[in-house]
Write a protein that binds this ligand. Structure first.
Ligand code: HPA
Length: 273
């Protein structure tokens, strides 16, 4: 099978089962700078995407491409260390097999993470934002071309209410500030202009980024529960005097990533218990 063919991750799931069979419960998609969470997985089997049919090999620096299957805080998890983006080849469904694989392996849901720019001054670099909702501003949709009626996915409560409440409680108990808001998906790969950032604020966005929305749509398509977090690495274009850069994203990501790792670990501990 070629990397581009769609089997909703079935062939990849069979390979994961052959390498490490377990009652997998959750997938975790790691955004820029969240790689260390993959290193924390115990009893880990690391499978490069290149060995998993249909999984996309990303070439974005800071996005190493491997699936880490293992055990984290008592839960069998599938961690995507590195993801592919719409902007790499113009395919919004680039993660379809990867998300489908989670469903094929019996997962209940997926935790999505991303690096993002903030539109709120008080939610600066190093902050965490849990997504309450999103705005698809890219024009792409991963279900374009899907023939079945299942393509008409309801998105009214795309981000799982129960899991959001659980994370909010956990964050409060742990003393980790957790903002909530609306994430707006721009295709990238160029950053936004200051005018686009002003528009995004007017349209009701709190953060902007280049990922997550297609994965959230796919997850709902595959009937997975979804919760998603933005790791804020900068204020939006034009909100400070500075030019934006991918280097800044990479440099700032570890700050929020540490807090997010703590939250995810606590969440998993509760799931296990
Ligand atoms: N815009 C889009 N994507 C991003 C940003 C941003 O400001 N920061 C990190 N990822």
């Amino acid at each position: 099978m070629t990397a581009g063919s769609r089997d909703d991750g079935r062939a990849a799931a069979a390979i994961v089962r052959a390498r490490r069979d377990a009652p997998y419960r959750l997938g975790i998609v790691l955004g820029s700078g969240l790689g260390p969470l993959a290193d924390a997985v115990e009893d880990a089997v690391v499978i490069p995407y290149a060995e998993l049919p249909g999984l996309p090999v990303s070439k974005v620096s800071a996005h190493a491409g491997a699936l880490v299957a293992g055990w984290l805080e008592g839960v069998d998890v599938l961690v995507f260390s590195g993801r592919s983006h719409f902007y790499e080849a113009g395919d919004a469904a680039v993660m379809r097999n990867a998300i489908g694989m989670l469903s094929a392996l019996g997962c209940e849901g997926v935790i999505l993470t991303n690096a993002a720019g903030s539109l709120r001054e008080e939610m600066g670099p190093g902050s965490l934002m849990m997504l309450d909702d999103h705005i698809n501003f890219s024009g792409g949709n991963p279900l374009i071309g899907e023939a079945s009626d299942a393509r008409f996915v309801g998105m009214t409560t795309a981000y799982d209410l129960g899991w959001r409440a659980a994370f909010e409680r956990l964050a409060e108990t742990a003393g980790i500030p957790l903002s909530r808001g609306v994430y707006m998906w721009f295709s990238g790969p160029s950053f936004e202009t200051p005018a686009e950032i002003r528009m995004a604020r007017i349209l009701g966005a709190d953060a902007v980024g280049m990922s997550t929305v297609p994965e959230a749509i796919l997850a709902r398509f595959f009937d997975l529960r979804v919760v998603a977090f933005s790791n804020i690495t900068n204020l939006g274009a034009g909100m400070t005097g500075a030019e934006l850069s991918h280097q800044e994203t990479k440099d700032m990501a570890p700050v929020g990533a540490k807090k997010l790792e703590k939250l995810i670990r606590r969440f998993l501990r509760d799931q296990a218990g």
